[in-house]
Design a protein. Structure first.
Lengths: 296, 240, 351
């Protein structure tokens, strides 16, 4: 494999990892409460700035990872408890507007507190070097992102498919009434979905800062929207689909920029959202889900 | 065991239960019969905490304690031993058969007893052991009903609410289900049964209550009601 | 507040297609009185206040036009800023001084570079452009429902922004077009608002409006009674887009600049807030909420600047919205018009 192609592949997988982490939580939340959580992307921003604060405070990196997961989980549970739970049962559009309001409130609070000035964000020097792999080389940051993401996703799958909580979450997502009749405290299960999904988004924020080197209070908007695109690609509500959608989107973006002439690279986001509209129209249930669920 | 007094339930603006009162004694198999829309399912949903009454009480006496079902959260009602096997089976289609049964045992902590109950359920319905790894949605209607009952049994009910267990099933399957209901009763489980097949329900029931337009209009033993002219005419399809 | 409850469409639309004479006179008098107030404001207040007033009128017109799309037909579109951007760029390219255009926008075809139109034709062409784009994509996008449509139309904003940023031979890229002729004053804005309100009012209280509301309440039932729901939805979407494109054109000639980010998702949010707070489908509600929110965020601006808390007003607007969703999910005016307003302008007694 040529060095160029290999680099593109690693780059695309790393970007895809970021999208996958956000998309999985997005999908979990949609799956369990049928809510398109527009504020989900802002947890990426919260994760990124928490990381920056923790680095500045001199916390060692492995601990930072744990803290960021925790902060994300707490933030997600707070939003669910304060805003979404009281309007549960309202129409989908009402719910969506509420998530939009939460997103705007978070972004602007962050602007108020942090100012709109972008901040530099660096992984430790050791992580920024390039490593050789049999004739080709890649950025260590990208490799760390890819590997850690896989580990987190493996952990998530263990929770969702091998624990009592995970079974309860899947049961609640499918049939909330029946889950209550089994003695599931559904509010707690929903809270758990928000906690796990938001923790993953926050970690994606940590990686985001490391990969792009700069963060600002509005950085969550685009990953939030792209997480939705990834979910649509893979089928909204399916965790595996969201993961695949994230990787596909990351690779597609990198290929789009890498293969087309330079002057088209600015059209990257345009391309992504055209892709979204096309997929919504052609395969509204996603590429991996059997076409059953009515999209109402 | 269960004492319902003057229950008034609204669904939206509709007054569905209009002062429903009746009792179910410990170990009894009680049947609730009535036409579609009379309020039978609403009664069960209220008992399991999914609907809240405007007024009235429903007291469950179970394991030496008293529970007011109109105030208790649904998950606590399950822990109190009142298990509701809902209309239309409502199994988790995308979960495996084994996972569905595990969800039934969700409120149980004692692993050894869960294992024992699972073995009992498997011996009642061997098909559930054979299909353990399959997605529940791939089962036939009768098998899904067995799964729904098996799932309820794994919750180790002291009192079981059964909503239309025979609906849309083949006669042999219905017979099998009623066999299981009789066996459950013999092990001391109190049962409240809703059944559109009134003849069959009255045959097995110790006590029965007839519901019309949100009210209990008749109560008696199964045999009494089976010989009541009004019941024979309206629900058993026998000319008086 | 007799009319804060959801008004049944049948109740609200029994007026018929013809606005009775009494209603017309009342409407004409109201417009005259408002015009007098604008005149007084123009001569009694600072230029800043007058510009603010123009901004308020355009915001109100946007909110009312969204009422048409989102409120009457129940389409949840967030695409207004996309059409505003299209309208603003089309109008800007048409009105820009022909002397500077050739060098600034090298990719423009020659005949276009030589054209320099006045505001009215530019405005109409901008509206037409927005309408054509809406027509082209509407057939596809409107098959989506609920929040899927919302996200697809959000995507449309990003697509249009991307085109405006990257097609620099025609749009001058991210820097945008500045120094546009200031053709628009408060009277343009006022006239536009009157036009939009009159159009929306006529549509709402016509058989067309009734059919639209029927689609909103129950699409299947509406189709069963012979309503072509797909065509109505496209109509509402296109009319909304035409009005949005015109609003974008006006706004950019008021502030004399347009960039790819002038009309962003935040703007979509703010218009939606106005419609939701006012009550989805209520023209009066949209007007009142647009005025309240414009004034609120403008009056908070000095506060933001003095304490250095930029973003405060947006946070407050967002929290207000959440509060309304908690307490009055149908909005302050539901989908109807308050009894007083309805009686005044439709010239009939309460049912």
């Amino acid at each position: 494999m040529s060095q160029y192609l290999f680099q593109q592949l690693i780059n695309g997988l790393a970007l895809g990892s970021l999208y996958a982490l956000v998309a999985i939580g997005f999908s979990m939340i949609y799956g369990i409460v049928r809510l398109i959580n527009f504020a989900h992307g802002d947890l990426v921003m919260i994760g990124a700035f928490s990381t920056l604060a923790l680095v500045t405070a001199g916390v060692p990196w492995p601990l930072i990872l744990v803290f960021v997961l925790t902060i994300g989980a707490i933030a997600g549970m707070t939003i669910e408890t304060i805003v979404f739970r009281p309007i549960r049962g309202a129409s989908q559009v009402t719910g969506f507007i509420a998530t939009l309001a939460v997103s705007i409130a978070i972004q602007n609070s962050a602007l108020m507190i942090l100012s709109g000035q972008p901040r530099n964000f660096l992984f430790p020097a050791g992580m920024r070097q390039r490593v050789g792999l049999g004739g080709v080389n890649a950025s260590l940051t990208d490799i760390v992102i890819i590997v850690l993401t896989l580990a987190l996703i493996a952990g998530l799958f263990l929770i969702v498919y091998r624990t009592r909580l995970g079974t309860a979450m899947r049961a609640t997502a499918e049939n909330l009434t029946a889950a209550r009749l089994m003695g599931v405290a559904v509010n707690r299960t929903i809270l758990a979905a928000f906690a796990i999904g938001s923790a993953l988004a926050a970690v994606s924020g940590l990686f985001w800062g490391g990969k792009f080197g700069q963060i600002d209070p509005l950085l969550g908007f685009v990953p939030g929207l792209k997480a939705f695109v990834a979910c649509v690609i893979g089928g909204v509500g399916s965790i595996g689909g969201a993961m695949m959608g994230g990787y596909i989107l990351g690779l597609a973006e990198v290929l789009f920029v890498g293969l087309l002439p330079q002057e088209f690279s600015g059209y990257r986001d345009t391309f992504v959202f055209l892709l979204l509209i096309v997929i919504l129209l052609v395969r509204p249930s996603g590429l991996f889900v059997r076409q059953t669920e009515e999209r109402a | 065991m269960l004492e319902i007094r003057d229950l008034n339930v609204f669904r939206g603006a509709t007054h569905v239960l209009k002062g429903v009162s009746f009792q179910v004694r410990e170990g009894e198999l009680a049947a609730l019969i009535g036409a579609n829309g009379a309020g039978k399912s609403t009664t069960l949903l209220t008992l399991s905490g999914l609907l809240r009454p405007r007024s009235g009480t429903a007291i469950l006496r179970s394991g030496g304690k008293e529970f007011d079902l109109t105030r208790l959260a649904s998950e606590k009602i399950v822990r109190a031993g009142l298990i509701h096997c809902p209309e239309g089976r409502q199994i988790f289609q995308s979960l495996s058969v084994a996972e569905n049964l595990a969800m039934g045992a969700y409120a149980q902590r004692d692993k050894v007893r869960i294992r024992e109950t699972l073995d009992e359920v498997h011996s009642l319905f061997p098909i559930l052991a054979e299909r353990a790894g399959l997605a529940a949605g791939s089962l036939s209607g009768g098998e899904q009903m067995m799964l729904a009952i098996g799932r309820a049994l794994l919750a180790r009910p002291r009192m079981l609410l059964l909503d239309e267990p025979s609906l849309g099933l083949a006669p042999q399957v219905v017979e099998k289900i009623f066999d299981v209901i009789a066996r459950l009763k013999s092990t001391g489980v109190t049962i409240l049964l809703i059944e559109q097949n009134a003849a069959m329900a009255l045959e097995v029931a110790d006590a029965a209550h007839v519901m019309e337009n949100g009210r209990i209009v008749l109560s008696g033993t199964g045999a009494e009601l089976a010989s009541n002219d009004r019941v024979r005419q309206s629900y058993l399809g026998i000319a008086a | 507040m007799a009319a804060t409850q959801e008004v049944k469409p049948s109740n609200d639309t029994a007026v018929g297609t013809v606005v009775p004479r009494g209603g017309f006179i009342a409407a004409a008098l109201t417009v005259l009185a408002a015009a007098a107030a604008v005149f007084a404001a123009q001569h009694g207040f600072s230029a800043y206040v007058v510009t603010l007033l123009a901004l308020l009128f355009i915001n109100a017109a946007l909110a009312v036009s969204l009422t048409l799309t989102n409120g009457l037909t129940g389409l949840f579109s967030l695409g207004h800023p996309a059409f505003m951007t299209i309208g603003a760029y089309v109008a800007a390219i048409l009105t820009f001084s022909a002397r500077r255009k050739g060098s600034m926008l090298p990719d423009l075809p020659e005949w276009l570079a030589a054209t320099e139109l006045s505001m009215l034709p530019a405005l109409l062409i901008a509206g037409l452009a927005g309408g054509l784009v809406a027509l082209a994509i509407g057939g596809a996008v409107l098959r989506l429902k609920g929040h899927y449509l919302a996200v697809a139309t959000l995507g449309l904003i990003i697509v249009v922004q991307g085109l405006a940023t990257n097609w620099d031979g025609i749009t001058r890229g991210g820097a945008g077009l500045s120094g546009l002729p200031r053709h628009v004053n408060v009277w343009w804005a006022f006239g536009f608002l009157v036009f939009v309100v009159a159009l929306t009012w006529r549509m709402k209280f016509s058989s067309l409006g009734r059919a639209m509301m029927a689609v909103r309440e129950n699409e299947l039932a509406a189709e069963c009674s012979g309503i072509n729901a797909a065509r109505l939805k496209i109509l509402a979407f296109v009319v909304g887009a035409v009005l949005a494109a015109m609003a974008g054109a006006l706004l950019s000639h008021l502030i004399s600049v347009v960039t790819p980010k002038t009309y962003s998702v935040l703007l979509a949010f703010n218009i939606v807030v106005m419609v939701v707070i006012g009550g989805s489908g209520s023209i009066t509600g949209a007007l009142a909420a647009a005025a309240a929110i414009t004034i609120l965020s403008e009056s908070l601006r000095p506060v933001e600047e003095s304490v250095g808390l930029y973003g405060l007003s947006q946070v407050i607007v967002a929290l207000c919205l959440i509060l309304v969703l908690y307490l009055k999910p149908a909005g302050l005016f539901g989908s109807g018009e308050p009894a007083v307003v309805r009686r005044l302008f439709s010239g009939r007694k309460e049912p």
